[in-house]
Design a binder for this molecule. Structure first.
Ligand SMILES: C[S@@+](CC[C@H](N)C(=O)[O-])C[C@H]1O[C@@H](n2cnc3c(N)ncnc32)[C@H](O)[C@@H]1O
Length: 158
């Protein structure tokens, strides 16, 4: 398994800005069965794995009413990914593609998204299905999944 912190032939690196534009708070951690990147499923569609989302107790009040949802969006921070590749060569493609046309964790802001099934909430822990990230991945946000807004069956993809 190649180390994905090493660029592949054909990949394009950029200089990142010298300072950040914003600060964020990690609101919790995602616990999964996957210890390394190579253990992880490629994306949520290839995962039936259950995980736990452990929320910092200071945000407990924000979980009110979330159990009304069958699915939620998780936004998380791919903390082990490099951030400076603007074109990448996915192993399955073998030629470069723009970072913003990829779901790769390697991006200037390594934010990932996943619509996961919400199996239950106990205190400040969510039980979810379909996780695809490394155990301990930091959580940035949770939002309800609304099929009326978020499902676009006509969408084209590369
Ligand atoms: C292709 S990304 C998809 C992430 C998200 N579902 C999305 O579409 O935005 C999933 C891959 O990221 C890698 N990964 C998982 N957790 C990571 C982490 N904490 N830091 C860096 N890479 C990670 C694993 O190789 C995993 O297969």
């Amino acid at each position: 398994m190649p180390d994905r912190n090493t660029a592949r032939a054909g990949e394009v690196k950029i200089d990142l800005p010298s300072s950040f534009d914003a600060n964020i708070y990690f609101i919790g951690r995602i616990r999964t069965p996957f210890k390394t990147r190579s253990d992880c499923p490629r994306n949520i569609s290839q995962s039936t794995a259950e995980g736990r989302v452990e929320i910092d107790s200071r945000y407990a009040g924000g979980l009110a009413d979330l159990s009304l949802c069958s699915h939620v969006w998780l936004m998380y921070w791919m903390d082990q990914a490099r951030r400076d590749l603007i074109q990448q060569v996915p192993a399955h493609l073998g030629r470069p593609r723009g970072t913003f046309a990829l779901r790769s964790p390697v991006r200037p802001n390594p934010i990932a998204i996943a619509a996961v099934e919400l199996l239950g909430i106990e205190g400040t822990t969510l039980r979810v299905r379909n996780v695809d990230c490394i155990d301990g991945t930091p959580l940035v946000d949770i939002k309800p999944y609304f099929a009326s807004i978020d499902s676009l069956p006509e969408a084209r993809r590369p």
